[in-house]
Design a protein around this ligand. Sequence first.
Ligand SMILES: [Zn+2]
Length: 342
Amino acid sequence: MNLREPDLRSIILPAFPTLLPGLDVLERGNGEIQIGLDPAHAVVIAGVAAEVAEALRGLDGNRASDDIVLAQNEHDEQLRDLMTDLTARGLVTDAGQSERHPRPETGLWSLRARHHQAAMTARRKRTAVAIHGDGRLAVAIAVLLANSGVGHIDVRASGTVREGDLGSGYTEAEIGMPRREAMAQVVHRAGADTATTRLYSDRRPELVLLTDAVVPAPEVVDELVRDGVNHLPVRVRDGVGIVGPLVVPGRSSCLRCADLHRAGRDDSWPRVASQLAGRVQQPDLGAVQACAALAAAQALRLLSPSDQAPPSWNATLEIDFFDGTIRHRDWPPHTGCGCGAR
Ligand SMILES: [Zn+2]
């Protein structure tokens, strides 16, 4: 549903209404209230009774809509209308009756993506991703995606946890454990409901994240292209986090396209790349976290249907946490590749 033009007649109040996390009801004086700060979604409402403002501020998902409205003696109609309007705008959503902890953090994403939060939460729960990587990036991204409510995360890590892997999710107690097993534990700590079992060909992931190696293992990439599985490389190269290009096989430029562009500029690139293939980097934790956050957001963009392509489409995002910059670098399809992207 498009949130920009709400048809209030069709809106059903949430059973257990709650303001989206992070939103406050602010007083502006003279009976005006403001909800939200960003001009893209914030609203200012005039003529609001003090009791109604108080009731809106108290929307925390713990009381039923009918009880909240019935508790108003005089202004019940105004409160019901305002709750309906805010629901239509996506600022109020349904907390549901579940007492599950932790609740997934879909947060304000629904406002930016222009989707209703409940539908977005349900969609993420049905989504499966796989994360390949033996370093701290894989763990950091897995934590973020589990926390955001992705229902299934297949963790493809090998080897055992070492001291140098700590800092982005593993605990000291996990040193010496197989990384795959330890990463599944980390995912369960972040999102209690997230499945971590292996995905096979009958349930392919919506996205595979190829993390930690500057150059992903070619055999893994070849298989993903052959099977038509979306994939996103994520790595830190000499302190700069690089996310993308997001490969939707046959549609967006692929990693071979990027290699052909690089080889066109540097004859020796194929030889250098072959030495880097699959090799795990050991970047600073700050670079790991900055890069992981950017990567998780690109993954969630792909997993939220939209008419706008994610910024990592035919491009890389390069985050330099020392300089405080994010550079967008274009990687268009290469005419010599034959992957079908154009
Ligand atoms: Zn290509």
